[in-house]
Design a protein around this ligand. Structure first.
Ligand SMILES: [Zn+2]
Length: 313
């Protein structure tokens, strides 16, 4: 009895220490960031960081505080893409230069192994404009990350690409991606509850970035500008927006942080509307980046702003 008891104890100890070693192995910092990833915009950085953890090192091309639609890569950016393991972009509707950059990275010479490229949005997911317009990239709304469920789809593509580049990390990436999935689902639930019972059904935005969010949570966006902030609006369009605001009783204008928004300010002054910030999340502001405010927090602020503008319970 005594013997078998101590034998059992030994077996248990061995089992426990084996488990402890296995856990240790999991918790130990992975070899450390040697997978190099280039992202174009902040949502891709956020999703990649969450999934890649400290196995990867990320460089985001469009810096905080810039107008991301205007970004053009410098020759050094193209070199960085060629030298990286993975290049992650949204869609040519957003980064019109990305296909060329990816092609030149794929044919990168010499000792560099070719860069894997992932386009995180497909045309269907980006929402085709069925308004009879040309099948021009400018008619696709690439801002899919503003719907957390579509951000999940982007995350799935990033996960597959990371596993392709670094199969040894598959288990860690998958576990991280599962955690991210839960967070995005919780965010979607939260926003859905916040914007469920509202007096108004439309908001005025400075550029039409919020179509995917609007579709998901059931509101409409009235744009002072088009899909990209630099689409200039004529006086007739602006007069039309002001009329709609009066007709619908809209008393807020959603302004973006990273573009100078004189149009929104002018219309606000004209109509007595209040300005609120709605963040398209293409890149963070410099302050958000330095203080580490992330996608989840900015999306929650967006939901608060929408709740006010739409007058939801
Ligand atoms: Zn945009």
């Amino acid at each position: 009895m005594n013997f078998s008891r101590s034998a059992l104890l030994v077996i248990l100890l061995v089992a426990i220490s084996t488990v402890a070693i296995a856990c240790d192995g999991d918790l130990e910092p992975p070899p450390g960031g040697e997978i190099t990833v280039i992202t174009t915009t902040y949502p891709l950085t956020f999703l990649s960081e969450k999934i890649g953890g400290n196995r990867i090192t990320i460089k985001q091309l469009a810096k905080p505080g810039v107008e991301a639609h205007d970004f053009e890569p410098a020759p050094s950016d193209i070199r960085d893409i060629s030298n990286s393991d993975l290049f992650i972009y949204n869609h040519p509707a957003f980064e019109s230069w990305a296909l060329n950059a990816a092609a030149s990275a794929a044919s990168a010479d010499g000792d560099n192994s070719p860069t894997v490229t992932v386009q995180t949005i497909n045309l269907e997911a980006a929402g085709e404009n069925h308004g009879g317009q040309e099948e021009d990239h400018s008619t696709f709304d690439a801002h899919v990350w503003l719907n957390p469920l579509k951000a999940q789809e982007q995350a799935d593509r990033i996960l597959s690409a990371l596993i392709e580049v670094d199969p040894e990390g598959a288990q860690i990436y998958t576990r991280n991606a599962d955690g991210l999935d839960v967070e995005l689902q919780a965010l979607d639930d939260l926003i859905g509850k916040q914007i469920s019972s509202c007096e108004l059904d439309s908001v005025v935005v400075s550029h039409l970035a919020f179509g995917h969010m609007a579709e998901r949570y059931g509101f409409g966006q009235i744009g002072l500008a088009g899909l990209s902030p630099e689409f200039e609006s004529g006086p007739a369009q602006i007069a039309g927006v002001i009329k709609k605001m009066n007709d619908l009783g809209i008393s807020h204008i959603m302004q973006e942080p990273n573009v100078s928004d004189r149009l929104a300010e002018t219309v606000a002054a004209e109509t007595g509307a209040e300005l609120l910030t709605l963040h398209p999340l293409e890149v963070r502001t410099s302050e958000q980046a330095s203080s580490g405010v992330d996608y989840l927090e900015i999306m929650k602020s967006n939901a608060d702003a929408l709740q006010t503008a739409l007058r939801c319970d």
